[in-house]
Design a protein around this ligand. Structure first.
Ligand code: COA
Ligand code: AMP
Length: 631
């Protein structure tokens, strides 16, 4: 039997033994004796009698082990022309002071802290400082508009918000502080304090009573020690898009998370401890949580925090420059980033000047890795490229080529095989397993392994109804896909109203709610249509109220501005088309899949439940050329 198969079967047959063994790879204050035990609600909880601290594992432990002089974090910012390194000792000392500052502001174990910051080292320090105190952080991606931030403030009820005066984008400065001020104004919950990191690129005004200057507060703070927490205590809440307008607060616990991430650094990434790991993402996303901050530091290697883009900072050689300069071993980003590079440098000329000999593997996730992008990256870099599939909810890869266990043959378009601990099945509408090559709902048989979410913050019912109840005994991922005769997994896209725009997960339901609020709109649908660069882009179709006489272009402009103002620029909502009616089933359900097929110029499969097939013909006549329009 091959090594991967052996490990996979062992994790299935003796899950308790397997995961307790993995748990022994991290430094507990009190090691767990219990592997998995369901809680009073019947949800699997890992290592429930273990006591630990995630910040200890990420920083102090390595200092205690005599590795304090090893580089923990490299900050590389082409936006500000800054390069900075922090050893484990230096990062530990910074983080201990940030924890002291938060404690001075009244933050204690279990309190929530929202972090709305650009890609600066202080963002990672803030996350680790919360972990140090046993406080629960919730990082909000800087591209979200005040309304989205306000929703998260109301839901998480933070005692303190940590922010910066500004973030940097290509050719523009985003002033964060007015966005935070507006969000607090809109939210029913008000934080006690807002700590502001003043950046020299654009300092901001400080609210005299409520706001605190980061550097002044740090100067008054004493280093704070690590607070012991239970493995099952929450480490963070990370909001992600669901099918309704309200984002879901995915809860991550401390113990299972640390064990799973430590395991993944070898089993998935095969990352050497003396090397450099670079997740080119943002701390606002799960990739940033797991693989910019926690996993590389728990593993004891060097992590790279990059404040820049794949292109235009200054050119499409940006990724290759960073890899060469910092001797990156593993690069992890979203396919869309490589498509952006390919668009500007199709021949791969910008790879040539750089010595990529340290680079072993390029990992991709966040959206389907299309075979054309896979081939291009492999051809221009001559590196191994691995597609792996995961979600905010799981926190680590459900399926990957398990490089640290055994390298399996690659099949372009497939995320390879399930990682040990995950039991992936493809189910039909009735919840029955289907045979190979048949597409269905991709579901995970419970219990889920360590690291996966135990609940949705403040709404356990939503966790059960959204993920567990559709197919009893399973967690339903929301993705559709199939397995081939060798068990290789092919993830083909979402089965629900979630779309993926430039590796960012967005809810079409939320966009529909915004369009529907316009006084001219009777009903609407938003679908994700194919885009060469960003994978998908949202397209809105609106039906006007009877008697409404509004210029289509003006309406489109207003709707585009509303989505941008409410969700943020990252939604990339650029098109809203007025149509006579929307195709529906006899029971009144909008046929979004058919709309998407029409907009993408694909062959339209006419559903048997359609109310009036001529509604599709009308739409084909109107949208027929949409697929050819440059977006
Ligand atoms: N703060 C504020 N605004 C932001 C932002 C942030 N952190 N990130 C993006 N935006 C804004 C952009 O400035 C842009 O605004 P505009 O409409 O005014 O131009 C808008 O949101 C859309 O941004 P984006 O989708 O990122 O498009 P882009 O053209 O600027 O860049 C890519 C395209 C492919 C280079 C970029 O999306 C990318 O690097 N993607 C990788 C995604 C990723 O890391 N995903 C995480 C999973 S691994
Ligand atoms: P997020 O929670 O933002 O990380 O988004 C998770 C979603 O992104 C998944 O449910 C998938 O729809 C998609 N996704 C992530 N990785 C992959 C992948 N390797 N292949 C296909 N889809 C992916």
């Amino acid at each position: 039997m091959f090594t991967y198969e052996r490990e996979f079967i062992r994790a299935q047959a003796d899950a308790a033994g397997f995961w307790l063994e993995q748990a022994s790879q991290i430094d507990w204050f009190h090691p767990p004796t219990i592997a998995m035990q369901p809680d009073s609600l019947g949800i699997e909880r890992w290592f429930s009698d273990g006591v630990m601290n995630t910040c200890w594992l990420a920083l102090d432990y390595h200092c205690e082990q005599g590795r304090g002089e090893h580089t923990a974090l490299i900050y590389d910012s082409p936006f500000t022309s800054t390069k900075q390194t922090f050893t484990y000792l230096q990062l530990r000392d910074h983080v201990a002071r940030v924890a002291g500052m938060l404690a001075n502001l009244g933050v204690k174990k279990g309190d929530r802290v929202i972090i709305y910051m650009p890609m600066v080292p202080e963002a990672a320090m803030a996350m680790l400082a919360c972990a140090r105190l046993g406080a629960i952080h919730s990082v909000v991606f800087g591209g979200f508009a005040p309304n989205e931030l306000a929703i998260r403030i109301e839901d998480a009820e933070p005692k303190v918000i940590l922010t910066a005066s500004c973030g940097l984008e290509i050719n523009k400065i985003i002033n964060y502080k007015p966005l935070v001020d507006r969000a607090i104004l809109e939210s029913r919950h008000k934080p006690n304090k807002v700590v502001v990191l003043q950046r020299k690129e654009q300092p901001c005004d400080i609210h005299p009573q409520r706001d605190v200057d980061w550097h002044q507060a740090i100067a008054k703070a004493l280093p704070h020690a690590c607070v012991p927490v239970l493995a099952t205590d929450p480490l963070y809440i990370l909001y992600t898009s669901g099918t309704t307008g309200k984002p879901k607060g995915v809860v991550r616990d401390n113990g299972g998370h640390a064990v799973a991430l430590k395991y993944s650094m070898t089993a998935v990434y095969n990352q050497p401890r003396d090397g450099v790991f670079w997740a080119a993402s943002d701390v606002g996303w799960v990739v940033g949580h797991s693989y910019i901050v926690y996993a590389p530091l728990i593993h004891g290697c060097t992590t790279l925090l990059y404040e820049g883009k794949p292109v235009k900072t200054p050119d499409p050689g940006a990724f290759w420059r960073v890899c060469a300069e910092h001797k990156v071993n593993v690069l992890f980003s979203a396919p869309t980033a490589f498509r952006a590079i390919k668009k500007e440098d199709p021949e791969g000329n910008y790879v040539q000047p750089y010595d990529l000999s340290a680079l072993d593997t390029i990992f991709m996730a966040g959206e389907r890795l299309d075979p054309a992008t896979y081939d291009w990256v492999r051809d221009v870099t001559h590196k191994r490229v691995v597609d792996h599939w995961w979600q905010t909810e799981t926190g680590w890869a459900i399926a990957s080529n398990p490089l640290g266990i055994e390298e399996l043959p690659t099949k372009p378009g497939s995320a390879t095989q399930p990682m040990p601990g995950f039991h992936v099945e493809i189910l039909d509408e009735q919840g029955k397993s289907v045979t190979s090559h048949v597409q269905g709902y991709v579901a995970l048989k419970r219990p889920l392994p360590p690291g996966c979410l135990p609940t949705i913050w403040g709404d356990h019912e939503r966790f059960e109804s959204g993920y567990l109840n559709p197919f009893p005994g399973y967690y339903v991922s929301g993705d559709g896909g199939y397995r081939d005769e060798q068990g290789y997994l092919f993830i083909m896209g979402r089965m629900d109203d979630v779309i993926n725009v430039a590796g960012h997960r967005l809810s079409t339901g939320e966009m529909e709610a915004i369009l529907g609020e316009h006084s001219a709109v009777a009903e609407c649908a938003v679908v994700g249509v194919h885009d060469e660069l960003k994978g998908q882009l949202p397209l809105g179709l609106v039906v006007l109220k009877d008697g409404m006489n509004m210029d289509d272009e003006l309406l489109e402009q207003e709707l585009v501005a509303r989505v941008r103002g409410s969700i943020g620029a990252l939604a990339c909502f650029k098109h809203a088309i007025v149509v006579k009616r929307l195709p529906k089933t006899r029971s009144g359900k909008i046929l979004r899949r058919s709309i998407r097929q029409i907009a993408d110029g694909e062959e339209v499969v006419i559903p048997s439940t359609i109310d009036d097939p001529t509604s599709l013909d009308e739409l084909i006549a109107q949208l027929g050329s949409y697929a050819d329009i440059p977006k």
